[in-house]
Design a protein around this ligand. Structure first.
Ligand SMILES: NC(=O)c1ccc[n+]([C@@H]2O[C@H](COP(=O)([O-])OP(=O)(O)OC[C@H]3O[C@@H](n4cnc5c(N)ncnc54)[C@H](O)[C@@H]3O)[C@@H](O)[C@H]2O)c1
Length: 277
């Protein structure tokens, strides 16, 4: 077998569903061993059982808001696979674009605390749990960022602020952990996943996949240059492989790769300039 991550060991938070699972399966296919971390160990174990080589995938239950559980997940990874090369900080929730003007003060406080504790503190705590092992291997951290790390309206203000915070965290850690550990991000655009809402807004059972399912076949295309591009998380995994690989991106740190259908190059009159081609 050959692949860009032959012999690598990765730990992925939120690795049981969505882009986290797609990255776990892609890393496996590229030759890595992977620990997937999430809250629902039964669901994680099903992913392991269904993967092509269960001896290279390991499920560990942890809530990313709990530092002890994350330290345990790192220790389990090292005990099972011998080292840690790559941390993918990824677990997150969305605020379903709830605007400030539709949140009362109590809801705002609780939503902020919940979304920031998963999306931002969860990345801090995972990095804290992993950095010592990453120094040993001259490894790297890859953070799932978002179009909401750069642009408005990809969430409400709470989600957008949380993803902007992750961009700052990625850049600061790239400085602090250099030269031994590289830190980069993948800023994903809309993907058809199981992304949930905050419990504080009783949105924990809501899944972004329902919004994709509701989209009518005759609806206008999304206002993006690549408005016919895929929303399947599998098609977003390439930058995660590139950034994890020392051989392919060794001199690269502190960078975010956007994979979002071209949000940054939208036209004013027409989203795409080449629709007539
Ligand atoms: N789906 C999109 O359109 C989109 C776009 C840009 C960025 N993202 C980001 O992608 C990342 C992954 O989301 P996804 O879209 O794959 O959705 P998803 O719901 O399929 O994946 C998120 C995972 O995080 C886990 N998780 C949530 N809270 C947790 C906690 N406290 N502890 C441990 N695990 C927890 C969930 O159980 C789930 O497995 C998130 O950071 C999200 O913000 C998603």
């Amino acid at each position: 077998m050959s692949g860009w991550l032959q012999g690598y060991v990765a730990l992925i938070t939120g690795g049981g569903t969505g882009i986290g699972r797609a990255v776990a399966e892609r890393y496996l296919a590229e030759g890595a061993s992977v620990t997937i971390v999430g809250r629902d160990v039964g669901q994680l174990e099903q992913v392991v059982a269904g993967c092509p080589d269960p001896s290279r995938m390991h499920a560990v239950a942890a809530d990313v808001r709990d530092s002890e559980q994350l330290h345990h997940a790192v220790a389990e990874t090292v005990s099972r696979f011998g080292k840690l090369d790559t941390l993918v900080a990824n677990a997150g929730v969305w605020d379903y674009q709830r605007p400030l003007t539709r949140l009362n003060a109590k809801e705002l406080g609780e939503t902020f605390d919940e979304v920031f504790s998963i999306n931002v503190k969860g990345y801090f705590l995972a990095a804290e749990a992993a950095w010592r092992e990453l120094v040993e291997t001259r490894g790297s951290i890859v953070m799932t960022l978002s179009n909401a790390s750069f642009y408005v309206n990809g969430g409400g203000p709470v989600y957008t602020a949380s993803k902007h915070a992750c961009l700052g965290l990625m850049r600061e850690l790239a400085y602090e952990l250099a030269p031994k550990v590289r830190v980069n991000g993948v800023a994903c655009g809309g993907m058809n996943t199981d992304l949930r809402g905050p419990e504080s807004l009783s949105m924990q059972e809501r899944s972004i996949s329902a919004s994709f399912a509701k989209r009518r076949a005759d609806a206008p295309p999304p206002p993006l240059p690549l408005h016919d591009s895929s929303t399947d998380p599998k098609d977003f995994t390439g930058p995660y492989v590139l950034l994890a690989s020392r051989e392919q991106s060794g001199p690269m740190t502190g960078e975010a790769i956007s994979i979002d259908g071209g949000i940054g190059v939208r036209g004013f009159a027409n989203a795409a300039g080449g629709d007539h081609l």
